[in-house]
Design a binder for this molecule. Structure first.
Ligand SMILES: [Zn+2]
Length: 461
């Protein structure tokens, strides 16, 4: 979209948000919902699940005022321009006032929605249903020190990152390996397509129409492979959702954390495994002469190596969780009023250095780097690391149930894994809460030990 169109786009968003609010808060909507709930004991499990989600939508929308809905849509429009400018010029002051207003609106929203324990609960629940601030704090209290220790241990053993051969990597070469990778991990290209974009994403347009959008990476084809497998992992979840429940809440993905677990599972647990690297390496050697003399062990180490990085999206798999922990701490302090927006850059930089051991050089690579806060998405960040933990836990049990999985992955065949995920996770749609699903699949609550064990095995060996 051209930048000059932003005010018009904002007016469309304001209009649509208010229409949705009006419709969801109408008497007809309330009457229909109440009448359906009165018959609840005659409904099937799926119908009851649908009603629970419609009730949640109704309650959430009714808690908000029409004025709040309008102000929030307007503010998001303003933020889009001011955040982009502030990031481009690495000047936090250009975004500060809009961020203050956005946080004020988010606090108002939390108060209108209500919460029992922590104001952040009301915001986080939108993205990870059933998860509380205290759950995230418990998870991160284990992960943060263990991750820092692990990074220090890796640095002792491998003082320098095991870097891939330098680029450039031709776009055509990356195009040439794409179909084989998508086929190997089981993304169905009759029910989904791949396009190009600046910021990669996966979008489910309809049951048989999943769109992946990706960008080629000239200086490192391994980054391209990671992006491709990540988005295709989201796509495989979309393609595995129950067809017969299409367009019903019960047929949707249950949460961002579970969605992210599927993308991370293919990106990290398949893509960085020695078995899959064994299959992938010959394709790399055929397309990119730089890989001609690289052996499988070195290639696997390149895929499981850490490096200094101040940018979340370009970070290695282990440091990534520290990036999330930093954002969670900052947004928790901002929302609870313990941190003033004006003090955010200094607080960010100080905590970054404590967690990572090196300094942020400017705000563009510090607190201005992510789009989420400009969209009013407070409570979103923890779902990325929850997804990493779910991925490790699910993959552990998938491997236990599929003793030939390594053999299959070494042949570029993940069909048994996709079938297992379809059966155990995808086909349930939204019928189980994330934690219920986790217990159903693995017999226990979300447990970061699986992630930490898997990282130790892959990065220290
Ligand atoms: Zn993702």
């Amino acid at each position: 979209m051209p930048s000059a169109a932003m005010p018009q786009r904002t007016s469309h968003m304001v209009y649509l948000s208010q229409k949705i609010h009006e419709f969801t808060c109408s008497n007809e909507f309330a009457d229909a919902l109440n009448a359906a709930e009165a018959e609840n004991n005659k409904l099937s499990d799926v119908e009851q699940c649908n009603l629970r989600f419609i009730r949640r939508l109704f309650d959430n929308e009714n808690a908000m005022t029409s004025e709040w809905v309008k102000q929030f849509a307007e503010q998001r429009g303003k933020n889009s321009s001011s955040w982009k400018k502030a990031r481009a010029e690495s000047d936090f002051s250009l975004f500060q006032k809009d961020l203050e207003k956005t946080i004020q609106l988010q606090r108002e929203r939390a108060e209108l929605l209500g919460y029992e324990d922590h104001i952040y609960d009301a915001l986080h629940d939108k993205f990870e249903i059933g998860s509380k601030t205290a759950d995230v704090q418990r998870l991160f209290a284990t992960l943060a020190p263990a991750t820092s220790d692990l990074l220090a241990e890796i640095k002792d053993i491998y003082p320098e990152p095991i870097a891939p051969p330098p680029g450039p990597y031709s776009e055509q070469g990356q195009i040439n390996i794409t179909d084989a990778i998508l086929a190997s991990i089981g993304f169905n290209t009759e029910r989904g397509t791949l396009g190009t974009t600046v910021h990669p994403f996966c979008s489910r347009i309809d049951g048989d129409d999943t769109r992946l959008a990706i960008c080629y990476v000239e200086d490192n084809a391994l980054i391209y492979i990671g992006l491709l497998m990540h988005e295709a992992g989201h796509g495989i979840y979309n393609q595995g959702l129950p067809e017969k429940l299409l367009n019903q809440p019960a047929g949707d993905a249950i949460s961002l954390g579970i969605h992210e677990s599927q993308s991370r599972l293919f990106e990290n647990y398949v893509g960085r495994s020695k078995a899959y690297c064994t299959w992938l390496l010959p394709f790399m050697q055929k397309q990119f002469p730089q890989y001609k003399d690289v052996d499988v062990d070195t290639f696997t180490k390149m895929r499981n190596s850490v490096h200094e990085c101040r940018i979340r999206t370009a970070s290695d798999e282990i440091s990534y969780n520290l990036h999330i922990i930093l954002r969670f701490e900052m947004e928790l302090a901002l929302i609870s009023g313990e941190l003033n927006v004006a003090d955010l850059p200094a607080a960010w930089n100080k905590r970054f250095e404590e967690l990572f051991g090196y300094a942020v050089r400017n705000d563009a690579e510090g607190c201005l780097q992510d789009v989420h806060w400009s969209m009013g998405a407070f409570g979103y960040f923890p779902t990325y690391t929850m997804g990493n933990c779910y991925a490790a836990q699910f993959f552990h049990y998938a491997k236990r149930n599929l003793p030939k999985l390594d053999e299959d992955m070494a042949k570029g065949d993940c069909s048994s894994l996709v079938k297992w995920l379809n059966k155990n996770i995808h086909q349930h749609g939204s019928r189980y809460m994330p934690n219920e699903l986790c217990i159903k699949v693995t017999g226990e609550h979300l447990n970061p030990t699986y992630l930490l064990n898997s990282l130790r095995v892959r990065y220290l060996n």
